[in-house]
Write a protein that binds this ligand. Structure first.
Ligand code: PRP
Ligand code: MG
Length: 204
């Protein structure tokens, strides 16, 4: 039975491809600006990372994306495997001169690409905040004074350093994950279990 797999364009793409190739699944480069790569056994699709769990919830068999995206979009997908790349953390970030902790942020405005995760975190510590959803370069929101803090991904820490910012709380450790459509997990159980088994044995 043929399987559909959606891979994230952007920074996780190369590792995602390498990971499948090392597990024995051939992926050819898509030609030009084509977003699909279809052969007899597998169909590969390339989408924005934020849309990967949406495709998987709605019918694509398998996908790779960051855990941050799955938690933010809250799609109903099965997560059988944490993958050994894309490790980073999601943190609350403020200007480095500020002496602040998250318990004292009642009424603050927080800019983020992840408003659901942000609200959930602040709800969990009983602090009411306002979130502003942005789509990238979130650091700019504190630099311009549009927000008091941001919630964003920290990887090497370089962006923080170069923009005079610091982390005051780590909300969640993140990595990339394999996600599977819940119906496919039943209908194509044998094929998908085989893929999971092979992927588990890959080291990158
Ligand atoms: C991500 C994230 C941080 C930065 C962290 O941004 O939003 O800004 O990378 O990485 P670092 O700790 O290694 O500096 P990205 O480059 O993906 O762009 P975007 O925020 O504009 O989407
Ligand atoms: Mg950024």
């Amino acid at each position: 039975m043929s399987l559909n797999i959606v891979l994230p364009s952007g920074r996780l793409l190369n590792k995602s491809k390498e990971y499948f190739i090392k597990s024995g699944i051939e992926i050819k480069e898509p030609e030009g600006r084509k977003l699909t790569n279809i052969n007899d056994d597998y169909s590969f699709f390339y989408s924005r990372v934020f849309d990967v769990p949406v495709y998987v919830e709605n019918g694509i068999d398998i996908g790779i994306c960051g855990l941050d995206v799955v938690l933010e979009r809250n799609n109903d997908v099965y997560i059988p495997l944490k993958l050994p790349f894309g490790e980073c953390r999601m943190s609350v970030i403020v200007e480095k001169e500020k002496d602040l902790d998250v318990s004292k942020m009642e009424g603050y405005t927080i800019a983020t690409k992840f408003p659901n995760i942000t609200q959930k975190f602040f709800d969990s510590i009983g602090v009411k905040v306002k979130t502003i959803k942005l789509h990238g370069a979130i650091e700019l929101a504190v630099k311009t004074g549009v927000a008091d803090a941001i919630v964003d991904i920290v990887d090497t820490g370089r962006t923080l350093k170069e923009n005079g910012l610091k982390e005051i709380e780590n909300i969640k450790d993140i990595s990339s994950v394999l996600i599977v459509n819940r119906i496919s997990m039943k209908r194509k159980n044998k094929e998908i279990k085989e893929i999971i088994k092979n992927l588990k044995e890959v080291s990158i």
